[in-house]
Design a protein around this ligand. Structure first.
Ligand code: ATP
Length: 461
């Protein structure tokens, strides 16, 4: 199977080599599980977020919001995060390591790896205590209990506390949704697996407010809609599944949650959760703030607290899934030498997600080719993300573009100066066609807008 070649190590190495993502604070030895995004990583993640925004805002029943990261501390009391957003922890007095009390059977004792923490003769574990996952800070110059604030652990609450504002100013009535993309922070005890679980990450959440009796229908609707979004962006169907939570897995506020899971190299793991949150959040904030958060229909006189269906996704985790799904290796003929083959690494990303859509490459660095190539890059840059590259052999430049997932390489050669055409090389099929320079923008824009199917899928089928 072509996807057998993917491992998390290869993804991490490619991301570092090509400047997608690298460990944060590296010159100081790094800070556990924090990452910085380089040029191509920024472009990829921003394409993921753009695709999400487009899916939300191309509808007329969803509006956008961008709430503050620092919110009134009572927001987190009302939401249940101050009291309940915690994991049980134990410390070992001997080796000074810290473990999740409910995960002891999944980790090894650092001193005696054949045993679990607590099983070795020297292990000396403390009692389990609750560890709140929220990062605390202080607002203002005085650091006392009155000035405590939290970095938001989810974007959702910023939506609930603005429910009334949106009802009033966006003139919406249920069913309607409020969407937000932004950073969230969780002091995760066991972060890891690259950008899958970090302490600072970006979420893409939408709270959809519905009349209570319509909740089951909208819950099913959003599970399907969100699954479709990943498939349309090229995720292979056999690597995506929906898993409904068992009753004992459900959060305190939820009467139904389904995870959209992706088959990562670490196994099936959550990509996105779709939850029926009932009226929990609006009711809690009404009680804690004293502000009525409900819908009143002036025409019918009907008054109710809407229920909420929430699709909550992670931008970093989605970017990782797209990278994993796209990663491929294959033997291809060496450019200009039909006899020999070489191994290439290629990111078969959906063109809409690819960081760079087209690379413009002069075949040689003379005879007016660089000038014409720059002119083409300049013209196309108004329409799509392009890159000009003249460094190294053409084969090397193709390999580099393959590794960052550029769907089309536009090569300027001696003929280009005579008839104003270029070769368009397709990343996946390696097919080449001759296209007039004046038609490039329209051709590529058309291809970008069209449907797309992962060639890895075709190879498996
Ligand atoms: P998990 O079970 O993986 O901890 P969760 O169920 O706590 O996730 P939610 O609170 O539902 O996650 O958050 C919605 C989405 O935000 C997740 O599906 C995931 O994509 C993303 N997310 C949550 N925590 C992290 C994290 N620590 N790092 C990166 N992404 C995260």
């Amino acid at each position: 199977m072509p996807d057998d070649v993917v491992t998390m190590e290869k993804i991490v190495a490619l991301c570092k080599r090509r400047g997608f993502v690298f460990p944060s604070s590296e010159i100081y030895g790094g800070l556990g599980s924090t990452y910085d995004y380089g040029h191509y990583g920024v472009l990829l993640k921003s394409n993921v977020k753009d695709a999400w925004w487009r899916a939300m805002l191309s509808r007329d029943d969803v509006v956008a919001i961008d709430s503050a990261i620092l919110q009134h501390p009572r927001v987190w009391e009302a939401s249940g995060h101050v009291g309940g957003f915690s994991d049980p922890l134990v410390d070992c007095r001997t080796c000074k390591s810290r473990f999740r009390a409910d995960h002891l059977d999944q980790v090894a004792c650092p001193r005696k790896p054949s045993k679990h923490p607590g099983e070795g003769p020297d292990c000396d574990l403390t009692q389990a205590r609750e560890f709140n996952l929220m990062f605390q800070t202080h607002v203002g110059p005085v650091q006392d209990t009155a000035s405590v604030a939290y970095l938001r652990p989810e974007t959702a609450q910023g939506i609930f506390i603005n429910f009334k504002n949106v009802l009033q100013f966006a003139r919406k009535k249920p069913p309607f949704g409020i969407a937000q993309v932004g950073k969230s922070f969780r002091n995760e005890i066991t972060p890891g697996n690259f950008i899958f679980r970090t302490r600072e990450f970006e979420q893409m959440e939408m709270e959809f407010f519905v009349p209570p009796t319509d909740t089951p229908r909208w819950y099913r609707y959003w599970i399907e809609e969100r699954e479709r979004w990943y498939l349309e962006l090229g995720i292979r169907p056999d690597h995506l599944r929906v898993r409904a939570h068992e009753a004992d897995e459900l959060s305190h506020y939820s009467s139904g949650t389904s995870d959209i899971e992706y088959l990562f190299p670490i196994g099936w793991s959550e990509l996105e959760g779709v939850a029926d949150r009932g009226s929990y959040d609006l009711t809690q904030h009404s009680e804690h703030s004293g502000e009525k958060l409900e819908y009143f229909d002036t025409a019918s006189g009907e008054r109710y607290v809407p229920h909420v269906v929430e699709p909550a996704a992670g931008a970093d985790r989605a970017a990782l899934a797209f990278l994993v799904d796209a990663y491929d290796e294959e033997d291809v003929p060496v450019a200009g030498d039909g006899e020999r083959t070489e191994r290439r690494t290629v990111l078969r990303l959906h063109p809409r997600l690819a960081p760079v859509k087209a690379a413009v490459l002069p075949l040689v660095k003379k005879d007016g080719q660089p000038e014409l190539a720059r002119e083409i890059a300049q013209t196309l840059s108004g329409v799509l993300q392009v890159e000009y590259d003249e460094g190294g052999s053409i084969g090397k430049r193709y390999r580099r573009q393959d590794e960052i997932g550029t769907p089309w390489c536009l090569t300027v050669d001696h003929r280009s100066l005579e008839d104003r055409t270029v070769t368009v090389r397709d990343r996946d099929s390696l097919g080449q066609e001759r296209v007039a320079i004046d038609e490039l923008a329209q051709l590529l824009a058309g291809r970008l807008a069209g449907p797309w199917r992962s060639p890895k899928l075709t190879a498996v089928a």
